[in-house]
Design a protein around this ligand. Sequence first.
Ligand SMILES: [Zn+2]
Length: 123
Amino acid sequence: MFCMHCGAKIPDDSVFCSKCGKSISGNENEVVTCESKYKVTLYRESQMYLLNPPINISVDGVMNSSIENGGTRLIELNEGSHTFEFSASMRKTKIDANLNSDMQITLSWNRLTGAIVARLSVM
Ligand SMILES: [Zn+2]
């Protein structure tokens, strides 16, 4: 089954969601509080390379958008933990963020290894 709060796939007999920690119950009288939303700014550093493809962005396993050299993207997400995956040209990197304020993720290529570098900072 899927968590009614965060949508994570969890075992059918779960009492609490293993991802967001909220209680899973069929009680319709339960008050579901409105989650706060925060902004995640993705910023890709401008780097000079002959081959410089867009970097694809996935959030929580769902393809979101892509970002060009020197570009920015703004994503609004609910409070809580989220997984960001960045991929391009067979390179892939993944970071987990527990969102409890606005954040920025700065993307760049590592000049030595060619890996995608993602740095998380709190705004
Ligand atoms: Zn959940």
